[in-house]
Design a protein around this ligand. Sequence first.
Ligand SMILES: Nc1ncnc2c1ncn2[C@@H]1O[C@H](COP(=O)(O)OP(=O)(O)OP(=O)(O)O)[C@@H](O)[C@H]1O
Ligand SMILES: [Mg+2]
Length: 371
Amino acid sequence: ALYGARPSNILIYGQTGTGKTAVAKFICKQIVSKAETEGKKIHTAYINCKQTNTPYGILTNIGKTYSNDWEDKVPNAGWRIDKVYSALKEKADEDGGIAIVILDEIDTLVSKSGDDILYHLTGLNSDLDNSKISLIGISNDTKFTSWLDPRVKSRMGEESLTFAPYNALQIENILVQRAKMAFHEGAVEPLVLSYCSSRAALEHGDARKALDLLRISAEIAEREGKEIVTVEYVSKAENVMEHDLVRSLISTLPLQPKVTLASIILNRGSKENGQQTTGEVYNTYSLICKRFEVEQLTQRRVGHIISELDMQGLINAKVVSLGRQGRTRYISLSIEQSQIDGALDNDSFLSRVIKEIKMSGYLSSMQLRLI
Ligand SMILES: Nc1ncnc2c1ncn2[C@@H]1O[C@H](COP(=O)(O)OP(=O)(O)OP(=O)(O)O)[C@@H](O)[C@H]1O
Ligand SMILES: [Mg+2]
């Protein structure tokens, strides 16, 4: 691109944590510094479409890379979009350089605002007389192009690139490099780095996971006043990360699954091993619905919700045969008490439901254990 050829538009795919964003930003920097030394005009815009997902916002971001006074000339909102587009085209031609625009998480842009903006941006090159623009779209959803208009699809995906997951060794290299920057020498046992890497490699080669593990291990060690991060702390960090996951999973549950889960938490203790049947869950569920004015679903629908909670790994629902009486499910929680406590701290509705129903004494006949 530095030598005048029109650069292709590129789509980059890859699972989370495989370095797409890091590499794209790095390459941009390289291009800019090369352009500087060679006295060529090049502009780069990095746009995270999770944050900026309106056509107006995208055009503004690109416009700003051409000139500092873009914001003075073009208001942040209010113009018709084709007017902004023309302003951008004019600026680009006046400048005569090349723009490389990275649209990270491009699938969010398409799902929020459709593909019109991509249609216009990819068409910009034929409108421009004196300058060029290249789009780099990044996504971890390989199927998002099936949403695109075929013309946009072929223009956007002139080239495509897939980032393979990192293997354990590659992740370890990244960690070693980062650890050197972040820690005093000897503060991290070498085994810690290979342990974090192998855990992350198991998780589809997610370098971010390894970095998070290392960071959290070090935080825990520091909190406990230790000078050296040992493997023991990585296990602790894994526990913490899993708890966080469960906590956010529970707090983002829709109302009905949340009430169903609350029923299961409340019922636990009324049976050996905390196991309960769908009917028992439904009784408590109905009570909560009445008391908290939640729409009451049929037992059958609640049965489906129980299956969903099972699939999410929050509960365990095992089908057992009762001989002639047919079959039922034995339902139990598959998360630990500390995870429940964490979830309750984090979710005022859930904790209110559990506290009030417990206080109401309804469940005392069920030999309720302390929750
Ligand atoms: N080759 C690398 N060298 C150094 N650090 C890297 C490398 N690859 C990834 N990382 C680091 O790993 C983390 C995750 O990488 P990155 O954010 O690029 O992933 P991604 O593929 O964009 O993921 P997502 O799809 O979730 O956006 C970042 O902190 C990044 O700095
Ligand atoms: Mg990314």
